[in-house]
Design a protein around this ligand. Structure first.
Ligand code: PEP
Length: 249
């Protein structure tokens, strides 16, 4: 059976002190979740937050890592450095990284490989922009994103991949894919995984929905058979909301 999961993505929010306060509250409140719980934090929070939540059900993710192993890349943070903080996951392929930092298929392929090689699990984000949805191109877009950056992985590596389908038009906009829209494309994505890695691997692959998922719409989305949980941006910054989403899973 595949893992059900609710993962937060704090993005570029919270000072170190504010982040520690938020993580401490989550640790205090989230004692027996029915699903895996991951919080994605900025790099500077990772070591402190990973230490803070140690022994609790909460795991920590980086929101990015470098596409190079190590060396003269000023300002970059390698996958090995992320792993050394105690973080267990790395979010890669987020639409904001693709759009604002020009992360193309090849760059993301390198990042995924380095993250996995350093023992991190990857939450890999895919999804179409509004124009592509209006032209009904969402299926070909997610297929190309998977083929471009992760479908070269071995079956063994694939076991450490969680997918997050995030329609870009729904991220931070208050617009959410309807459960029907989300279920339809999640099933399509699972079908692609089945074609590539076989039915068992596809059944075991966790596919999260992300895009204005909140405490009000989470239960309806999570009730869909191919939606295994959520990647949560804005609502993950508010403990009551994030905890309600975890409870909905
Ligand atoms: C995200 O950034 O991954 C996301 C889903 O954001 P939000 O929940 O704010 O739409």
């Amino acid at each position: 059976m595949r893992t059900k999961m609710v993962a937060g993505n704090w993005k570029m929010n919270k000072t170190l002190q504010e982040g520690v306060e938020l993580a401490a509250q989550l640790k205090n409140d989230v004692k027996n979740p029915k699903c895996a719980v991951v919080i994605g934090t900025p790099f500077i929070h990772l070591a402190t937050v990973a230490e803070l939540v140690k022994g609790s059900p909460i795991k920590v993710a980086a929101e990015n890592c470098a596409d190079k192993d190590k060396g003269a890349y000023t300002g970059e943070v390698s996958a090995a450095m992320v792993a050394s903080t105690g973080a267990e996951y790395c979010i890669l392929g987020h639409s904001e990284r693709r759009a604002y930092y020009h992360e193309d298929y090849e760059i993301l392929k390198n990042k995924v490989e380095l993250a996995l090689a350093n023992g991190l699990k990857v939450i890999f984000c895919i999804g179409e922009v509004k124009e592509e949805r209006l032209e009904n191109k969402q299926n070909e877009v997610v297929k190309a994103q998977l083929e471009g950056s992760v479908f070269h992985l071995t079956a063994e590596q694939w076991a450490n991949i969680t997918l997050a389908y995030e329609p870009v038009w729904a991220i931070g906009t208050g617009l959410t894919a309807t459960p029907e829209q989300a279920q339809e494309i999640h099933a399509f994505i699972r079908g692609l995984v089945a074609e590539k890695y076989g039915k068992q691997a596809a059944d075991d692959t966790t596919i999260l929905y992300g895009g204005s998922c909140n405490e009000k719409n989470a239960a309806e989305l999570f009730a869909c058979p191919d939606i295994d949980g959520g990647l949560i941006g804005g609502a993950s910054l508010v403990p009551e909301k994030f905890e309600a989403i975890i409870a909905a899973r």
